[in-house]
Ligand binder design. Structure first.
Ligand code: GYE
Length: 354
């Protein structure tokens, strides 16, 4: 069989092999199928992460937008995230907004642009202004979780909020103030509110007003103390000098620093906090416990700042597309009274972590 003929046969064989190969559909190489996006009961579409459904803490890169320095509560809240992130190997990019919501919104936008970040956690300085950056986060595939404070944006725009029921705290405060003023004929109360715009202050004020009528309390003055001793003291000192306001029997302070500021002002006006004027605070920090023990503070409604582990655990579920997470997970909290007695309160004090 001459050379030409054998060449012809071989090339025909090769050709037919090629034709069949081309004719045959390439068996597609199975690519990792991206799980379908799930939606929570509040209508939040959970962004699908590359690592889902087996994301671990090591995959979590959090843009953490904090309020800014406030008091002992905020310091404990920050630490609870730092410590847990370290133990779990979570990357935490912390942004401190110095109390300004505009700083928070620009940081949110920056984190939305950051390819490394897959989660944004925020404690909002204000209830307003987040719709646009939340929409941007959804487009960018960033999971959004609220810690501590609530916002006015619909729950369908974030995975969950973990924090306190501030309205309930306000209601508890009114019930406690009624008890503190039970032996007073007049029940005029001045309110030192939280920083303007923050949900904690707005909702505590709402809850207090819902229940204060039960014992005939009247709020005769209200002004912010910006969550601090320093800003609260001059406010209460001015009220104690103001003929139109000075006749009050109770102080409803939205946090412990404000309560301690009121106590200092009352003392400097030559009056006795816990006797002439009853003071109530919120948070139940160690410093407030000392005032409960010496009787200058009448009652304290607990607000738990140690949210880090709970929030980051929930966030990992979100990274893995867990759609069963409720839109709000309230913290469990108690309350404390000077009337429990110094010994009982001293026994509790060592157990306080903040
Ligand atoms: O009561 C106050 C802090 O948002 C619950 O903010 C928090 C409040 C807390 O500055 O001490």
């Amino acid at each position: 069989m001459n050379k030409k003929l054998s060449w012809l046969i071989c090339s025909l064989v090769v050709l037919s092999v090629l034709v069949t190969a081309c004719g045959q559909k390439a068996t597609p190489v199975p690519t990792a199928t991206k799980p379908a996006a799930k939606t929570t009961s509040s209508g939040y579409v959970i962004p699908v992460q590359k690592c889902a459904p087996n994301c671990t803490y090591k995959d979590m890169v959090v843009g953490f937008i904090q309020t800014g320095p406030e008091g002992a509560w905020r310091t404990a809240n920050n630490a609870s995230f730092d410590e847990y992130a370290k133990t779990q190997g979570i990357t935490l990019k912390v942004y401190d907004a110095q109390g300004k919501v505009e700083n928070q919104i620009s940081a949110f936008h920056t984190f939305n642009q950051d390819p490394a970040v897959n989660v944004i956690i925020i404690a909002a300085d204000d209830t307003k202004g987040f719709d646009d950056v939340l929409k941007e986060a959804a487009t960018a595939g960033k999971l959004v979780v609220l810690e501590d404070r609530s916002i006015d944006s619909p729950a369908s725009m974030y995975y969950t909020r973990i924090g306190s029921d501030f309205v309930a705290e306000g209601q508890k405060s009114a019930v406690a103030m009624c008890d503190l003023l039970k032996n007073f004929t007049k029940k005029n109360v001045v309110e030192v509110s939280g920083a303007v715009g923050a949900s904690a202050g707005i909702d505590r004020a709402k809850g207090f007003r819902q229940k204060m009528g039960d014992c005939g309390i009247t709020i005769t003055a209200s002004q912010t103390g910006n969550w601090t001793v320093a800003d609260t003291k001059p406010v209460v000192a001015a009220w104690l000098k103001d003929p139109a306001i000075k006749d009050f029997q109770g102080v409803f302070a939205h946090n412990d620093e404000e309560a301690l500021g009121a106590i200092q002002a009352i003392k400097e006006a030559g009056l006795q906090p816990g006797k002439d004027i009853m003071v109530l605070g919120l948070d139940a920090t160690k410093d407030a416990f000392a005032a409960l023990i010496d009787g200058t503070l009448g009652a304290d409604i607990e607000c738990n700042p140690l949210l880090g582990p709970q929030v980051l655990d929930a966030t990992l579920k979100g990274l893995n597309g867990d759609a069963t997470m409720p839109s709000f997970v309230p913290s469990n909290e108690g309350q404390f009274f000077a009337s429990q007695g110094a010994d009982a309160l001293k026994a509790i004090l060592p157990t306080r972590k903040y």
